[in-house]
Design a protein around this ligand. Sequence first.
Ligand SMILES: C[S@@+](CC[C@H](N)C(=O)[O-])C[C@H]1O[C@@H](n2cnc3c(N)ncnc32)[C@H](O)[C@@H]1O
Length: 364
Amino acid sequence: METVTGLQYSCCNEDSLSELEALELRGKRALSIHAAGGRAFSLLLGDPSEVVAIDRNPAQIHLGRLKVAAMRRLNREAYLAFVGIREGSARAEVYRGLRGELPEDARAFWDGRPGDIATGIQHVGRTERSIARVSPVLRKFLSKDIARIRAASSLEEQGEIARAVFDRLPVRAVLALIFNPLSGRVILRDPVYYGEGRRSAAEYLRGRVTSTLRRHRFDDCFILSLFLHGDLKHSRSMPVGLGVDDYTVMQSRLDRIRFERSCVIEYLGAQPPEQFDAFSLSDLGGYLTIAEFGTLLEHVERTSRSGSRVCIREYISAPTERAPWPEGLTRLPDLERRLDASDRSVGCTFVCAVKSAPSANAEN
Ligand SMILES: C[S@@+](CC[C@H](N)C(=O)[O-])C[C@H]1O[C@@H](n2cnc3c(N)ncnc32)[C@H](O)[C@@H]1O
């Protein structure tokens, strides 16, 4: 198991519309990996009864607690300015107004990081800082092509331009230099790039970028803006939950989030059977060995109620291709294919399942 300390992720880099479709959350009790908090919080849009947001890295939970305290107090524009998605100058002052609402450990964590508060907490994870270092290289090599992609008059034309751009040898070479296990360790400094069960990152991402740009406009994929500019200040689209309509809904349901600072395998291993109806287990490949991932799946099967939904988002590592799959969880291939096509995070594919009642027919 890969142990990471300090803040690794600060900005959601996923498209939670996929989890909202997969998990059918209304009235359900969900377990979600926390990471930067974005996905766990946006599950609230599906109207679940509770979301247990779990992470074994305490820094990630401190981040989530500050985001929740900020969302409770601030309207959308003020929140976006505080976290650094919009320009803002009074972050230290806003933090002083929020810190009293944090538990002691989270308050001590953020009190000791005035520089991060001033920058905006959305951009201070190790991953986001590394992306910001890589983005000038991507801009240098790709900005003219990106301008052509953005100017395309139809999705078909956009997809064709993207295919031609990402087929070019120099572009492939740049991707291979940035996205490989070695630079994953020393430049991107993110375990997702060097985990067991990983796919060939550069080739995989090239395929995902071109297939995504055949289906979605460049500006609808905020993750592309994150990689190109190193932040979301230039992005025309937002992580789910931070849009104008979503924000107030999410805000009104924040009391349904319960933070859990533990290893998900140990936590589920200690739970009685049939505790949850939905599992959002994104992107743990890289952190867990294939054997550990297999144990996690066994616990998911045991702690899920009949009819529960499971949604596993896989980025560079695809542990589900090698871990034993539990019999009681029936894969949903139509849903998986649909999400592989519709997801706008650019880099992910999906493994979805339903906990079958004995002799129940899985997919309708
Ligand atoms: C790769 S990140 C997902 C980042 C995500 N794409 C996002 O948008 O925020 C996975 C998260 O899982 C957490 N994690 C890894 N192994 C874990 C475990 N055994 N139990 C609980 N959390 C774990 C990490 O600390 C990290 O925050």
